[in-house]
Design a protein around this ligand. Structure first.
Ligand SMILES: Cc1cc2nc3c(=O)[nH]c(=O)nc-3n(C[C@H](O)[C@H](O)[C@H](O)COP(=O)(O)OP(=O)(O)OC[C@H]3O[C@@H](n4cnc5c(N)ncnc54)[C@H](O)[C@@H]3O)c2cc1C
Ligand code: HEM
Length: 397
């Protein structure tokens, strides 16, 4: 239990955190990576460089300080952080490192304002939050281990086959080297690969792109220009290559349809299609009405078209709509340009009572969020994932 005094002192720093939060978290990362290079392997350099990681942490610290006397207000935000930490393998012993460096950064950025009393209050508050996360993460690690086919830590998987899905996206089919069962997972969840590249350990998340219960796990990787892991996988991952894999995680998952059978709307852009494929493969045979809307630049980079067409042909409940913004001459999309509000409106029933899932590049995400809200989809039925740290979709859409 935090004392009244601690709560008051932490809350008093909220206005400062509002203006200095990102400066503190950016400084925090440089302090931590300089003094504890052993934790650098967990973090993605591109997320550091773009500032999205610092913003996500600053947002979390601010939300914590503002709600320290009513932590239940944070309940919605914590599962994602917990899933992210568990996906990457964050351990209890890392918390004191983060805590020490965060306090040092607060002191150094705020200067004289950060009195010893304020720092002591923050130390106590951090410890309380860390305790909460450590306990919840242990529960999630245990659940991952106990689920059918589950495990803890890394497990070795062998690439059984590779299959191009478009000019940019390559699917890898993975089998456990130990010959044991595959894990039960929820459509929408992702694996984490832990790779050694040029003597450095790097971790990356990849969504499972097929339904659970298949003979292999499938991930589908877009080759990113200048991207370290995606290029490595496109070049080196061949049948027989062994990959270290952390168990499936993530809370962007297909929710069961209510008894009255609410329609499912999956809207994706580019490689954001991968978790939606797992959801589509799972939901199509259930008879649930599905609108599968996919945006791509053109046919050459449109992944899984043949498979989605086959599902739509086999299941009358599935309808696909492809939108290309830069079609090639031979391309046959259903529409050209972007996925506009008007186009979405045609795909939604008049009562807008749908489960609306979306994923794609940031501008696409902002537009889909704004469109979903403007068209009247109930807020609790709008779900999205980021292929990176959580970002604000509402601010300037
Ligand atoms: C939950 C989740 C699920 C995901 N699912 C998928 C999926 O199904 N398929 C998929 O393809 N991807 C997926 N991703 C993204 C994936 O994890 C990787 O981020 C992606 O493959 C890029 O990794 P990379 O190592 O190739 O690129 P990185 O090396 O991380 O680089 C990414 C970009 O940033 C640039 N960059 C790198 N370092 C710096 C720097 N220091 N300064 C400036 N720019 C820099 C690179 O040039 C490149 O353009 C998912 C991510 C998450 C969080
Ligand atoms: C109380 C302490 C902590 C808080 C409040 C916190 C908060 C967060 C938040 C908000 C995110 C972004 C989640 C998202 O993607 O939306 C995140 C991601 C992450 N956290 Fe933590 N965290 C804490 C401790 C730690 C510790 C101890 C580690 C271990 C080294 C750690 C490692 C990471 C990593 C690696 C990511 C993903 C980074 C990326 O995407 O590049 N965190 N955390």
């Amino acid at each position: 239990m935090l004392s009244e005094r601690t709560i008051a002192l932490v809350k008093a720093t909220v206005p400062l955190l509002q203006t200095q939060g990102e400066a503190i978290t950016s400084h925090f990362y440089s302090v931590m990576f300089a003094n504890h290079p052993e934790v650098k392997t967990f973090f993605n350099e591109a997320h550091q460089a773009s500032g999205t990681q610092a913003r996500a942490l600053a947002g979390a610290v601010l939300a914590y300080a503002a709600n320290i006397d009513r932590l239940e207000a944070l309940a919605g935000a914590l599962p994602r952080i917990i899933q992210k930490h568990v996906a990457l393998g964050v351990q209890p012993e890392h918390y004191p490192i983060v805590g020490k460096c965060l306090l040092q950064a607060i002191r150094e950025v705020l200067g004289d304002v950060a009195t010893d009393e304020i720092i002591a209050a923050w130390a106590e508050a951090y410890e309380a939050l860390a305790g909460l996360l450590i306990a919840a993460e242990e529960e999630a690690y245990g659940a991952n281990e106990r689920r059918p086919g589950g495990w803890r830590g890394t497990r070795r998987f062998v690439v059984a086959r590779r299959e191009p899905e478009s000019e940019l996206i390559l699917s890898l089919y993975l089998e456990p080297e130990d010959g044991g069962p595959l894990p039960a997972f929820l459509p929408g969840q992702y694996l984490t690969l832990v790779l050694e590249i040029d003597g450095e350990t790097v971790r990356r998340n990849y969504s499972l792109s097929d339904a659970p219960g298949k003979p292999c796990l499938r991930i589908s990787v877009k080759r990113e220009e200048g991207g370290r892991v995606s290029n490595w996988l496109h070049v080196h991952a061949r049948p027989g290559t062994v990959l270290d894999v952390l168990p499936p995680s993530g809370d962007f998952v297909l929710q069961p349809a209510p008894a009255e059978g609410r329609p499912l709307v999956l809207v994706t852009g580019g490689v954001g299609i991968t978790p939606a494929m797992s959801m589509l493969e799972t939901a199509a045979p259930t008879g649930r009405t599905i609108r599968f809307i996919h945006a791509a630049r053109h046919g050459g980079v449109h992944a899984f078209r043949a498979r989605v067409d086959a599902l739509a042909a086999a299941h009358a409940n599935v309808e696909a709509l492809y939108v290309y913004d830069a079609p090639r001459d031979a391309d046959r999309p259903h529409a050209t340009g972007f996925v506009t509000k008007e186009l979405l409106a045609q795909a939604l029933p008049p009562d807008r009572d749908v489960d609306f899932y979306f994923l794609g590049p940031k501008p696409f995400m902002k537009a889909m969020y704004a469109n979903g809200v403007a068209l009247g989809v109930p807020a609790q039925q709008i779900r999205y994932e980021f292929f990176g740290p959580l970002e604000d979709l509402g601010a300037d859409c």
